[in-house]
Design a protein around this ligand. Structure first.
Ligand code: ASP
Length: 288
């Protein structure tokens, strides 16, 4: 359960991110610009597990993962283990647009950022005392379940623009206490992030290993495209399959046609949505 202050701070962060993306879409901008803008706001907000405020690795460092995908042409960019780039999502976009590659990892990804003029940040920029406390807790009780339920905080954004194009972006510090260069689903195209104008845009959060095994984001898109399934039904089916394997998490979806939605099997998921008429919805708990 969140305190009243944590609750309102989380909602304020979600609202700011929603506004950043919605303003771009309202002005006729692209879904790609909108999802990047929304995720940058959340990366800079220390409450969320992405960019500043990312969780710590077992060695007490921050290593960020991010991915972005453009539904118009299925171009994608991703980075993993980034340590000195303020906005990993912007770096992922640069990989997509300014390199012949899709996925860069570790010091090479940070070096690519410097070579392309993307803003750097010192390690201290990313670190917060609350994330340090969470690492200390997990190191003191290595067998206790920790990163369960609402404690995930990966951020993601999906959007459909006025031309009907979709895009998805996901950014995370991963899981508290991760080691050995562990990489989750978030930067893996098709696992935690996917966008295809023929189906929709999907971004995932949760226990990444399960999302990787199921290829959740791509499978939702594939069910819509190949089976003509409704995107919400496809998302519900994948979350049910995830539950069956013991995985926890959720997805947000912006379909190529129809209403945006989400699905999750955790007690709650930080989430927000806006439509073209200006209607907004911000929620945290499952029953909201
Ligand atoms: N999916 C992320 C990962 O496994 C964690 C999260 O969603 O918080 O790295």
């Amino acid at each position: 359960m969140l305190t009243a202050e944590q609750d309102s701070a989380a909602r304020a962060g979600l609202s700011a991110a929603l506004e950043a993306g919605a303003a771009i879409l309202k002005a006729g901008g692209t879904a790609l610009d909108a999802v990047e803008a929304s995720v940058r706001v959340l990366e800079d907000d220390p409450l969320f597990n992405a960019g500043r405020g990312s969780v710590f690795t077992a060695e007490g460092r921050v290593e960020c993962d991010a991915a972005i995908m453009d539904g118009r042409n299925r171009k994608a960019g991703a980075v993993a283990g980034v340590r000195s780039t303020r906005n990993p999502i912007t770096l992922a976009r640069a990989v997509m647009e300014q390199s012949p590659h899709v996925f860069l990892a570790g010091s090479g990804a940070d070096a690519f950022a410097r070579a392309h003029g993307i803003e750097a940040a010192e390690p201290g920029w990313f670190e917060t005392t609350e994330r340090r406390r969470q690492l200390d807790e997990i190191l003191a009780n290595p067998d206790a379940p920790f990163d369960v339920g609402m404690k995930y905080g990966t951020v993601g954004a999906v959007a459909r623009d006025s031309l009907g194009h979709v895009a998805a972006a996901t950014s995370t510090g991963g899981l508290t206490g991760k080691k050995w260069g562990r990489v989750g689903d978030s930067p893996l195209i098709g696992a935690g992030t996917y966008a295809d104008d023929r189906a929709g845009a999907i971004s995932c959060t949760g226990a990444g290993e399960y999302f990787i095994r199921l290829g959740v984001a791509h499978e939702i898109a594939a069910r819509v495209r190949l089976c003509g399934e409704d995107v919400q039904a496809a998302a519900d089916a994948l979350i049910a399959e995830l539950s069956g394997l013991g995985g926890k998490g959720g997805v947000i979806i912006a379909p190529a046609r129809g209403k945006a939605g989400w699905a999750f099997n955790t007690p709650g998921m930080y989430r927000a949505m806006a439509d073209a008429n200006g209607a907004q919805r911000i929620a945290i708990y499952g029953d909201e």
